[in-house]
Design a protein. Sequence first.
Length: 70
Amino acid sequence: MRALDAGLATQLLISHDRGWYDPAQPNGGVPKPYTVVITELIPLLRTRGISEDTIVQLFHRNPFNAFSRP
């Protein structure tokens, strides 16, 4: 939120590593899905008043700009 408030929305890349391996559990535990960005982060941003345009910036435009080749 502070980065967005500072006007850095066009410079942020969102990623995650939902590491699920737990050596204390048999076979490392139960895998967790890689859906936390969709199921938790984006809804949280919406409840905090982040606009749909900013959400599109963060999750569509920024990755495209970062990883596309001219």
